[in-house]
Ligand binder design. Sequence first.
Ligand SMILES: [Fe+2]
Ligand SMILES: [Fe+2]
Length: 472
Amino acid sequence: MISAEKIPNNVNLSSNKRLQRALEHWQPKYIQWWRDMGPQGFQDYHRVYVRTAISVDPEGWAHFEYVKLPEYRWGIFLADPTPDRRIGFGDFFGQPVWQEVPGEFRNQLRRLIVTQGDTEPASVEQQRLLGRRCPSLYDLRNLFQVNVEEGRHLWAMVYLLHSYFGRDGRDEAEELLERQSGNRDKPRILEAFNEPIDNWLDFFMFTMFTDRDGKSQLMSLSESSLDPLSRTTRFMLTEEAHHMFVGETGIARILERTCQLMKQAGYSEDVRKVGGIDIPTIQKHLNQWFSLSLDLHGSEVSSNAASYFANGLKGRAKEDTFDEHIVKNAYYNMEFFEDGKPVTKDVLMRNAMNEVLRDWYVGDCAAGVVRWNRIFEAHGMSDRLKLPDRKFHRGIGMYSGFHFDPDGVPLTAGQWEKRKYDWLPSEADSEYLLSIMAEPVYEPGTFANYIAPPRRGVNQQPVAFEYVRTEQ
Ligand SMILES: [Fe+2]
Ligand SMILES: [Fe+2]
């Protein structure tokens, strides 16, 4: 049984009986999904030191406690309303924002919310085997923190579906629990969310790059004219920041450890011989998750993107930093690839909105890579990680179907086949990673050989804190 008190919320759930009943109906299915598809082996006998959102107050929005994962209090929170908020872009610029869904945009909005909602449980499914291979209790706790918050993001989208889309919304909410990551018959909607994440290098790259796509999308949805969508996604961004922290610092700690091991082993030695993760393997995983996440931003030229912008449904990241918000006669100078050669052409800016968001995303990723490279610098090493060219390994958009190396140099299909595992993880790389992660590390304060400890613990607790407790 649930009650409004069991669902922390700031949407006055107890006074909205219809919504409360709808969520009461959905909640047992969600818990069943969490048990079946959530973290395997960590449902009933472990208590995890996690934060739970209890308000949207920036000073104290979360509190920390030990909980059994299926008993996590998944809540519904919208950022506080902005008084007299106006539509910030597109054809309705300057008009008051909408508190209800306009009939003519109902299908488009539902599509946007369902697509966002589908990614949330998908990532939990992708990550469900990682607990048994964790490098430390600190990392195990971070994995579960990300997982429960992705669960909460699903709740956030389901709240919108139930509140604003009637019967269709209810059906969509059920289907969000029926599709499954990697399932041949009922896969998740977007491809990056059907790829397995079975080792921790994948996990950290995913939270660095794919959760950052989440940030792109949430930033553009937080500009939306549909005020409840804007407020919901604004609060989700608070949690998303931690997911990217987990990814960025996870990779940073692997790099730190790799540098230490290389130094100890003598630089010419293969770092795998001493149980570390070699830099080429790290670069390949970066290439993989960055390129998959570029695809998530959609086609370069898109009439859907133009329509979302015109209708005020999905804006640009940080819309208010742009000079002009109607964007009717502006052009984007885009690189096309024709007859084996790059050519640039002007495209109507509204049709290029996916690319505009991708530009923002690439810049945000590049800044992270600069921070990673400081670790090599600090060790006096000349190695560097870098983002591949955005044409590399694309499955969506105008570069898909062609082949490019990480510098963007075109390749024939034969050249690509011969060299692709120089740039992407191979079966042998995955086997190696699984071999060094076969034994989980459950001793507080102890870390797997391939990763350095973090600088500090969670919520001012020591690094050696018992972040996950096992019950008899
Ligand atoms: Fe999320
Ligand atoms: Fe996330």
